[in-house]
Write a protein that binds this ligand. Sequence first.
Ligand code: ATP
Length: 138
Amino acid sequence: KEKTLAMIKPDGLNYTDDFKRIVNDFGFSILRELTMQLDEDDVKLFYAEHSKRSFFPNLVKYMTSGPVFVMVLEKVNAVADWRALIGPTDARKAKITDPHSIRAMCGLDSQRNCVHGSDSLQSATREISFFFREIVST
Ligand code: ATP
């Protein structure tokens, strides 16, 4: 089995019950969960790969605009399956190409896309240890 990190971003918090239903319906186990308010330094670390992008200051504002809800999910093929469920980065595109995806349900555009999922096993390991020190491997 694999583990992945799923995050509900500040604009998605009202959808927490829908998320949990989807997580259950698709056979993921929730190993850990927490709600926290990220600060600027947290976002800079979490999204370090994007720190030079023009949208980065807006990304920091968005991600610190309210609490996030984080889950460690486990199942066979968890990383790819969760990415497939959330849909493409741009929620406007998701509404057209993946109308049943999570981002189509609660996202607005390429920034406010309401949810995150690790994009590889390596990212999953890094991101899980970012929030949950005690889990060291996927
Ligand atoms: P995430 O890493 O949050 O799961 P992703 O892997 O689909 O999303 P990335 O390219 O890693 O997309 O971008 C990280 C986040 O930065 C996006 O989810 C979005 O909130 C924001 N972002 C990405 N591209 C843009 C953009 N062009 N304009 C504004 N914000 C953006």
